[in-house]
Design a binder for this molecule. Structure first.
Ligand code: NOJ
Length: 554
């Protein structure tokens, strides 16, 4: 067995994974050749792997999370040959590749769903999805009260082949994303074959989309929702369509299959569930390897809250022997620079207009936040563009918004397009090298991004990009960061001061210390400064909204 095949290596335990949203990464609509040509850049960051959001054929009703063919590449991105070339090139650059596995639902344009509509009630074709007769005298009411994550009912009524209004099908997300029936062995065997298809091509792992949605409680009983029909998966326990225990059988089957492959293939779960203990169930030794940590993503800039999440995560993961992971942003969340730059930006961005973002404050906190995240034990996920300090684009005209969240909420929620605006590479005006000069990107880039491009920050001391590179380099080099330990240091803030955001202060290994100042007061630093998020003035103090890595070894 070669070194890369030894299970003990378990690269995913401390990997930093860079998320690529292919439509917005490079070149026109983000095609795979563009992505391949930018791999050198990705490798230069010092990350270990990339996760590619869906690249499959899709009507793009939900940004590609509506797949019509699981064994091919969307023509706007390229071909299967391009994907193979990309995989080879990524591996040559020392990067592992994780692809998206969207198994809760297909596209309504998937041949299976088209056949199911044609075949009619009671057919084996309908068995692959979740079709039911409606309630009410004429079946005019949905089969139960389940809601969709994107708003409104989770059910849509179909027209039968004879032209009459007929059965209803379940969609946890948009109507263009019918839920597959994971009680069906046909569905299970098909996904095993899909997993093999990509494992055989050399992918290093899968990101499991909407994992808690895959199993439903038998009989599909009505749900009891506490707040008026709000989709609140992070708060749900005993909900009949979320985090139902049968999911774990599916995950075990996948793990068994992946373990038959060499090369330490891995799964990361997207599972927004009620707290770290429930999340840890997805990571038992015979299930998935890691999971995104949404409690961390959703934390405020507040030391007490973050410390609770960090402690809770580490304790829960330790019990199942899984590593923790951390993330600040992804393609579904308001970019963290914007969140950190406004008191109420989580809630407020749901409505339009909302309070202005303080970009300077958001940038300062984002610089501190990356030093905090990369100093924690376990793995981390970065989202393309955060290393450039990109903010959420909050003023996209409504006419360009594509997210079904915007449309299904009839404009009440702006949706997720603002974090998906194409990357700025070079130049002083859109499209900033993303696509040929003069072309319009699918979401317009701000005129003000000229100083945020890769070219503008590359090699510039003090830029966000160089801070990320320096932190990732040190994270790899420092033996102290290799373990799973973390010891808190009591706060150095004088107790008499009114606590605002607090201080996070911890040690790793024998001599590493990380101090993050979220309070309004400077705090003293002791030890040799390895890296800091702001330029320090020599006074031995760390100013507010800043972080430092220290070497305390004698
Ligand atoms: C999670 C994905 O990240 C998101 O973009 C998508 O809308 C839903 N799952 C449905 O697939």
């Amino acid at each position: 067995m070669s070194a890369s095949q030894q299970p003990a290596q378990e690269w995913w335990r401390r990997a930093v994974v860079y998320e690529i949203y292919p439509r917005s990464f490079a070149d026109g609509e983000g095609d795979l050749r563009g992505l391949t040509s930018r791999l050198e850049y990705v490798a230069s960051l010092g990350v270990d792997a990339v996760w590619i959001a869906p690249w499959y054929p899709s009507p793009l009703a939900d940004g590609g999370y509506d797949i019509s063919d699981y064994r091919d590449i969307h023509p706007i991105f390229g071909t299967l040959a391009d994907a193979d070339a990309f995989l080879d090139a990524a591996h040559r650059h020392g990067l592992r590749v994780i692809v998206d596995l969207v198994a809760n639902h297909s596209s309504s344009e998937h041949p299976w769903f088209v056949e199911a509509l044609r075949a009619g009630p009671g057919s084996p074709e309908r068995e692959r999805y979740i079709f039911r007769d409606g309630r009410g005298l004429g079946g005019e009411l949905p089969p139960n009260n389940w809601i969709s994550a994107f708003g409104d009912s989770g059910w849509t009524r179909v027209t039968e082949p004879d032209g009459r209004p007929g059965q209803w099908y379940l969609h946890t997300f948009a109507p263009a994303q019918p839920d597959l029936n994971w009680g069906s062995t046909v569905v299970r065997r098909e996904f095993e074959s899909i997993l093999r298809f990509w494992l055989d091509r050399g992918v290093d792992g899968f990101r499991v989309d909407a994992a808690p949605a895959m199993a439903k409680r038998p009989g599909l009983p009505d749900a009891v929702y506490s707040e008026d029909l709000k989709f609140d998966s992070a708060g749900w326990v005993d909900n009949p369509h979320w985090d139902v225990d049968d999911i774990h059988d599916i995950l075990r089957e996948w793990r068994t299959l992946a373990d038959t492959y060499d090369g330490d293939r891995t799964f990361v779960a997207e599972a927004v569930v009620n707290g770290p203990e429930r999340l840890a169930k997805y990571l038992r030794p015979d299930e998935l390897h890691t999971a995104f940590n949404f409690d961390y993503v959703h934390s405020d800039w507040d030391a007490a809250q973050l410390r609770d999440v960090i402690d809770g995560t580490l304790a829960a993961m330790r019990r199942v022997g899984a590593p923790a992971t951390w993330a600040l942003s992804n393609h579904d969340e308001i970019r963290h620079l914007t969140r950190f730059g406004g008191e109420d930006n989580w809630a407020a961005l749901g409505q339009v207009p909302h309070a202005a973002t303080d970009v300077e404050l958001g940038t300062r906190r984002s610089r501190a936040a990356i030093l905090l995240m990369l100093a924690l034990p376990g793995g981390a996920y970065l989202y393309q563009g955060e290393e450039l300090g990109l903010p959420e684009v909050e003023d996209l005209p409504e006419s360009v918004l594509q997210d079904p969240v915007f449309h299904r909420s009839r404009g009440a929620r702006r949706g997720r397009d603002g974090c998906r605006v194409p990357m700025p590479w070079e130049g002083d005006k859109p499209p900033y090298g993303f696509s040929p000069e003069g072309t319009r990107t699918w979401l317009p880039q701000p005129e003000s991004w000229d100083l945020l491009t890769v070219a503008a920050q590359d090699g510039r001391p003090g830029s966000m990009l160089e801070l990320y590179r320096a932190a990732l380099r040190l994270r790899h080099e420092l033996d102290d960061l290799a373990g799973e330990d973390l010891t808190w240091v009591p706060s150095t803030l004088p107790e008499a001061l009114p606590i605002t955001g607090g201080v996070l202060d911890f040690r790793r290994g024998v001599g590493f210390r990380c101090v993050v100042n979220m309070s309004d007061y400077p705090v003293p630093l002791a030890g040799r400064v390895l890296l800091s998020s702001v330029e320090l003035d020599g006074s031995g103090m760390l100013p507010p909204d800043a972080a430092a890595w220290l070497d305390e070894a004698p």
